[in-house]
Write a protein that binds this ligand. Structure first.
Ligand code: 0PR
Length: 377
């Protein structure tokens, strides 16, 4: 560190120069991300909460109320306004906390969790950190988990089942009702990872698309991850963990005797109140109608791209939601698009993957289609 600091405007210039090296969502080239530009209201409100700390909520009673309200509203979106939970740093922390609860409630000597092969790698991290064996359940051809195989994998060591509502790679939705029956019968915790799908599926249903039940309306569902920083238009970091019953929190209660609240239930101690407060603001401001429109626009672009890509002869999977995947032998198409400045991701099988987030507009789709036509000749 230098002895003397430099003037503010010089620091700002330095940061602006670095920031220019970053890609931006508004640049319209990022087709690989499950995040997008936050809603402008978030940018306005964030500074109000910079000093708040939900790790010591007795000092920040108003901010704590905002988190509780945000959880209540997301809970009602998930079919249970009495749900308890937290606004955490994202899907990884929410999934980790859910498995922490499940492991501690069940207290098995050699705990196992049954996870679909399609699960996000955050569940592998969680299992590793918690000393739980992640048993992978195979998938059906539509990329959702084979529930019959899940039932066969249950043993006396199983502490939890995980179902995915909106898989990272394909947007696939598992048969949560079937998993619920297995979980209820065996007395297991059923965690639903709706990190991506949580802000999509309720609105797909409103818009008349086919959509499987995945939330607390399914009786065996114990906990749900829903990420506001994905399709919820919130700023990073914001991931919600929702629990059916507040009693589940006892399993991870940690005494914090010298703080204003004598116990904690989150992995992080000191944590900013800005994510929770701005998520609350968005939920109030957008309402169901606002989020429905968001999903409607993304789906219109998704289906437009789907039809155009198919008409070019590409083998595109029928989309479950706003995620498009097409066969791409040797990654040739993806590479050619990357050379033209697009950023696409790939599935583990090597297919090209496009996530149609709000920054992927109809104009973006048109530009992409034009480039694809050039590439495919
Ligand atoms: N569960 C699911 C179903 C997910 O898709 C993800 C992340 C997580 C959990 C973990 O969430 P956090 O990353 O919030 O902890 N899925 C994206 C992915 O890995 C995350 C992402 C976002 C990747 C933006 C790239 C990117 O630019 O694909």
């Amino acid at each position: 560190m230098d002895e003397d600091g430099i003037p503010e405007n010089e620091v700002i210039k330095e940061l602006e120069a670095r920031r220019k090296k970053d890609l931006t969502y508004s640049g319209g080239r990022i087709l690989s991300s499950m995040c997008s530009s936050p809603h402008p209201l978030v940018k306005k409100l964030y500074p109000m909460f910079l000093e708040t700390n939900l790790g010591d909520p007795g000092l920040f009673k108003g901010t704590r109320e905002l988190e509780a309200e945000a959880v209540r509203i997301i809970g009602s979106l998930m079919g249970h306004s009495g749900a308890r939970g937290f606004i955490l740093s994202g899907g990884t922390e929410a999934n980790l906390t859910a498995l922490w609860i499940a492991r501690n409630r069940m207290r098995r000597p050699y705990p196992e969790v049954i996870v679909p092969e399609s699960a996000h790698f955050s569940l592998d991290k969680a299992a590793d950190l918690l000393g739980i064996k992640a048993v992978k359940a195979p998938l059906l051809p539509d990329h959702s988990v084979d529930s019959e195989k899940v039932a066969e994998l249950v043993t006396e060591n199983t502490v939890a089942l995980v179902g995915i509502a909106g898989s990272t790679e394909y947007g696939a939705v598992d048969d949560i009702e079937a998993l619920s029956e297995i979980a209820l019968e065996a007395g297991l915790h059923l965690h639903v990872d709706a990190a991506f799908g949580g802000f999509v599926l309720p609105f797909l249903r409103d818009l008349g698309y086919d959509s499987r039940p995945f939330d607390f309306s399914v009786p065996g569902v114990s906990s749900i991850t829903v990420d506001p920083h994905k399709m919820g238009l919130a700023a990073i970091p914001a991931g919600a963990l929702l629990l059916r019953e507040s009693a589940m929190l006892r399993a991870i209660e940690t005494p914090s005797p010298y703080l204003t609240e004598r116990k904690q239930h989150t992995i992080t101690g000191t944590r900013s109140g800005a994510p929770a407060s701005t998520v609350y603001a968005l939920l109030r401001h957008m309402g169901r109608r606002g989020y429905r429109r968001n999903v409607e626009r993304c789906m219109m672009v998704t289906l437009h791209m789907y039809n155009e890509l198919r008409s070019m002869g590409l083998r595109v999977e029928k989309p479950w939601m706003n995620v498009l995947v097409f066969k791409d032998e040797g990654g040739k198409v993806r590479k050619a698009l990357m050379e033209k400045g697009w950023v696409l991701s790939r599935t583990r099988k090597g297919e090209a993957r496009i996530v149609v987030m709000p920054h992927v507009t109809r104009d973006t789709a048109q530009a992409l289609i034009k480039d694809l036509r050039d590439i495919l000749g």
